[in-house]
Design a binder for this molecule. Structure first.
Ligand SMILES: Nc1ncnc2c1ncn2[C@@H]1O[C@H](COP(=O)(O)OP(=O)(O)OP(=O)(O)O)[C@@H](O)[C@H]1O
Ligand SMILES: [Mg+2]
Length: 371
């Protein structure tokens, strides 16, 4: 699967870009603040319908543009069975995504047409940031790998909103308990599905990233991922039915607390995972270099998992990642990249990257234009 044609208009500082990427490694190089990350962000929109930098779509509209301006990203994607035309159009008040000319009713319908693994310097937040960053990581990856996961997340979020609204209402105690019972039975099913997916995914990711970590970090310490979940059980083999029963019990038990706080205090929306290096929590104890190596190992492992789950190779988006690594780690990292995967890599120094990677096409970016 790869992107064969791309046009971008009025997207941040990219006024008009048109290119035919190579099916292997594509390099975008240029000085700082010329539009390299903007270009990767536009490609990411074609894959997920979202930005990796902001939740506010309208931020991508060029500054000082007339209010009726529409940012448009068009991509032709070659998949084994056919060619897809995907168009993402963002205006001040709405976003419209089409596939082969048909508007997609939800972003969920876009997911899976094309998959990507993204490396950015902000990935360090996955180690250092609050639990929400790690949940977002799990969910962004999970949705690309398993279509049903998105469905369960949406269903869970919808029931959670209703349960929380109920907890804030001023119902009589007995009536409230009765209504909560209904939602607790409803919420247990998607909660158990989310639990089972995350547990399996983290187990596979942990296994796949451990080997890679030793090579990059040049150490024998073991990298492991541990799922901190609302059921309080990480290394179990409990099946969906048991997880569902446990979930109902937990919801019932935390009812008094939930009523007191006016919100649901327990559930997958509070899950987290820990990254351990040699049994120590990397967030508190690892050096910056170790943290970077851990993140790169996770991302590289993700490529393998993506192939396992979807049967297709993802495209790789590597934003400025190489400059973040020291010489030794960089060489090791670049050696692990499969040049057969379609790759979009950015950097300021063309020579270093050209020397280290089999670059098929190289594009220089200046002032939002490809020279
Ligand atoms: N909505 C917008 N409208 C116009 N310009 C924008 C908008 N958002 C960001 N920019 C500008 O786009 C320029 C390029 O940003 P980008 O992040 O792509 O740079 P870059 O080439 O990746 O630089 P670096 O090498 O420093 O990472 C910046 O000068 C930024 O201020
Ligand atoms: Mg950049």
């Amino acid at each position: 699967m790869h992107l064969v044609h791309l046009t971008i208009s009025d997207f941040r500082n990219l006024t008009r870009v048109e290119l035919e990427p190579a099916s292997g490694v594509n390099l975008f190089w240029g000085a700082n603040a010329q539009g390299k990350t903007n270009l990767l962000e536009a490609i990411y929109y074609l894959i997920t319908g979202r930005s990796f930098r902001t939740r506010q779509d309208r931020e991508v509209l060029p500054w000082d543009c007339p209010s009726e301006t529409v940012s448009i990203i068009r991509g032709s994607v070659q998949r084994p069975e056919s060619l897809y035309q995907i168009v993402v159009a963002i205006s001040k008040n709405q976003k419209n995504v089409t596939c082969n000319g048909k508007t997609l009713a939800s972003l969920g319908l876009l997911w899976g047409k094309m998959n990507a693994v993204l490396f950015t310097p902000q990935d360090l937040d996955i180690v250092q940031g609050p639990p929400g960053v790690r949940r977002r990581f799990l969910d962004m990856e999970g949705c690309q790998m398993e279509h049903n996961y998105l469905y369960h997340l949406q269903r869970y979020a919808q029931i959670l909103r209703q349960r929380n609204a109920l907890l804030k209402s001023s119902m009589e105690d007995s009536e409230l308990a009765e209504s909560l019972e209904v939602w607790d039975v409803e919420i247990a099913s998607p909660a158990a599905e989310i639990f089972c997916f995350r547990r399996e995914f983290l187990k596979k990711l942990s296994y796949a990233s451990a080997n890679i970590y030793n090579g990059i970090a040049d150490s024998s310490e073991v990298l492991t991922l541990e799922y901190d979940n609302f059921l309080g059980r990480s290394n179990t083999t409990l099946n969906k039915e048991v997880a569902e029963t446990l979930c109902k019990d937990i919801m019932r038990r935390s009812r008094a607390e939930d009523i007191y706080r006016g919100t649901t205090t327990c559930g997958p929306h509070r899950d987290d995972f820990r990254i351990l290096i040699g049994c120590q929590d990397a967030r508190a104890f690892a050096s910056q270099g170790q943290q970077r190596s851990a993140i790169i190992a996770l991302r590289l492992a993700e490529i393998d998992l993506m192939k396992q789950y979807t049967g297709l190779s993802p495209i790789l988006l590597l934003d400025d990642i190489v400059s973040e690594l020291d010489e030794k780690r960089r060489r090791h990292f670049l050696r692990l990249l499969d040049p057969a995967l379609q790759t979009f890599i950015t950097g300021t120094d063309s020579d270093t990257l050209q020397g280290a990677l089999p670059v098929e096409k190289s594009f220089q970016i200046e002032g939002g234009r490809i020279l």
